[in-house]
Design a protein around this ligand. Structure first.
Ligand code: IPM
Ligand code: MN
Length: 364
C-alpha cells in the first residue's frame, strides 16, 4: 500500500531555498525507495511573502498548512525587514504559524557526532557523548503574554512584555518532556527562575505535580542562569531540558554550539496531534551566506528525519537519515561552518548528494 503524505514546504528567505532543495532531494529518494508518495506544496512565507503580498503569513499559506500532514519550514527573515512594524515582520509570521497550528512543544535534540568533536569551540572531553534534547514551550510565555507594547508613561516611553503561564499550559508541555524522557535516559531538568519570578514558581510547582505520574523519571530543577552555565561546563549531565519559551530559545542556541554549528540542529514543533506539526532547522536565514552554496543542509535533513519519527511514525527512516549523516561526516565531508583542517570541504548541494547516496546504501 502506498502512503500518501502532503507536505507544505515553506522555503522562506536567505539560505532557506538552498537547504530546502537538499531536503526535497532526500524526500524524492525516500519516495523512490519506500512506499511513500509525497505531495510537496510550496507556499510563500516570511520575507518572500511580504515582498509579494505585504504580509509574512498569507491566508492561503495558512490554509494549505492546515490541510497538510506536515509542514517543512526552512528559514525566514533578513535585514531588509527589520525596520517594518512588528506585525509585518517575518518573525511575527512565524509566531502566528506556531500559534495557528497550536504547536506548543518544540523539540530540539543536540547530539554531538564523534567526528565533529573538533568543530566545536568547547573541549572535546567535555563534549564527547553529549546527547540531550531541549523541550521548549512554544506558544506561550514571554513571546505571547499580554499586556505587551511600548507606550508613553509620563514624559518617557516604556516597553513591556508579560511572562505568563497557566497550569494547563505547563502541564501539557511537562507531560511531553516526561514522555520523551521515559524513552531516553529518564531524566528531566526543568529550567526556571523560581528564585525571582512568580510565573516560574507556578511552573516549578506544576512540573512537580506532573512528575508524580512519572515515578520512573527523575526530575531536577535548575535556575535558568545556572542551566546556561552547566550546559557549557558539563553538557553530559543533561537528558531532557524543559524550559519556558524564551529560556528554551536561548538554551537551544547555546546547545547548538555543542554540536559544532547551529547548522547541525533540527527541530520539531508538535501539538496535540489534531493539526500538523512543523519541522524546521534551528538556524536562521543567514542572509550573509545566501545563494553561495556554502550553507549546511544537515539541520534541514535531520529535521526531515524528525518528521518521519513524529508525524509519520517511522523511526526506521528517521534512523537511516541520521546514520547517513553520521557516515558522511565520518568520511570527512564538511560544509564551511564545520570545516576543520584535513577534512574535505563541500558545498550545500554536494553535502546533500553525499547524504542521499549514503541513504540509498543504508536502506533498511
Ligand atoms: C527560533 C528563532 C525564532 C524564535 C525567531 C526567528 C522568531 O530564534 O526558532 O529559535 O525566537 O523562536
Ligand atoms: Mn532561536
Amino acid at each position: 500500500m502506498e502512503l500518501t503524505k502532503t507536505i507544505t514546504l515553506l522555503s522562506g528567505d536567505g539560505i532557506g531555498p538552498e537547504v530546502s532543495a537538499e531536503g526535497v532531494k532526500l524526500l524524492n529518494l525516500v519516495e523512490k525507495e519506500f512506499k511513500y508518495k509525497f505531495e510537496i506544496i510550496k507556499k510563500d512565507f516570511g520575507g518572500i511573502a511580504i515582498d509579494k503580498f505585504g504580509v509574512p503569513f498569507p491566508e492561503d499559506t495558512l490554509n494549505t498548512c492546515k490541510k497538510s500532514n506536515a509542514v517543512l519550514l526552512a528559514a525566514i527573515g533578513g535585514p531588509k525587514y527589520d525596520s517594518l512594524p512588528r506585525e509585518k515582520r517575518p518573525e511575527s509570521g512565524l509566531l502566528e504559524l506556531r500559534a495557528s497550528l497550536n504547536t506548543f512543544a518544540n523539540l530540539r535534540p543536540a547530539i554531538v557526532f564523534d567526528s565533529l568533536l573538533d568543530s566545536s569551540t568547547i573541549k572535546k572531553e567535555v563534549l564527547a557523548g553529549t546527547d540531550l534534547i531541549v523541550v521548549r514551550e512554544l506558544t506561550g510565555g514571554l513571546y505571547f503574554g499580554k499586556p505587551k507594547g511600548i507606550e508613553k508613561r509620563g514624559n518617557e516611553k516604556v516597553g513591556f512584555n508579560t511572562m505568563v503561564y497557566s497550569e494547563s499550559e505547563v502541564r501539557r508541555i511537562a507531560k511531553v518532556a516526561f514522555e520523551i524522557a521515559r524513552k531516553r535516559k529518564k531524566k528531566v531538568t526543568s529550567a526556571d527562575k523560581a528564585n525571582v519570578l512568580d510565573v516560574s514558581q507556578l511552573w516549578k510547582d506544576t512540573v512537580i505535580e506532573v512528575s508524580k505520574n512519572y515515578p520512573d523519571v527523575s526530575l531536577e530543577h535548575m535556575y535558568i542562569d545556572n542551566a546556561a552555565m552547566q550546559l557549557i561546563r558539563n553538557p553530559k549531565q543533561f537528558d531532557v531540558i524543559l524550559a519556558e519559551n524564551l529560556f528554551g530559545d536561548i538554551l537551544s542556541d547555546e546547545a547548538s554550539m555543542l554540536t559544532g554549528s547551529i547548522g547541525m540542529l533540527p527541530s520539531a514543533s508538535i501539538g496535540d496531534g489534531t493539526l500538523p506539526a512543523i519541522y524546521e532547522p534551528v538556524h536562521g536565514s543567514a542572509p550573509d551566506i545566501a545563494g553561495k552554496n556554502i550553507a549546511n543542509p544537515i539541520a534541514m535533513i535531520l529535521s526531515i528525519g524528525m518528521m518521519f519519527k513524529y508525524s509519520f511514525n517511522n523511526e526506521k527512516i528517521h534512523d537511516s537519515i541520521f546514520h547517513s549523516v553520521e557516515k558522511v561526516l565520518n568520511a570527512g565531508y564538511r560544509t564551511k561552518d564545520i570545516y576543520q583542517e584535513g577534512s574535505k570541504l563541500v558545498g550545500t548541494s554536494e553535502m546533500g548528494n553525499f547524504i542521499c547516496k549514503e541513504f540509498s546504501l543504508c536502506k533498511v
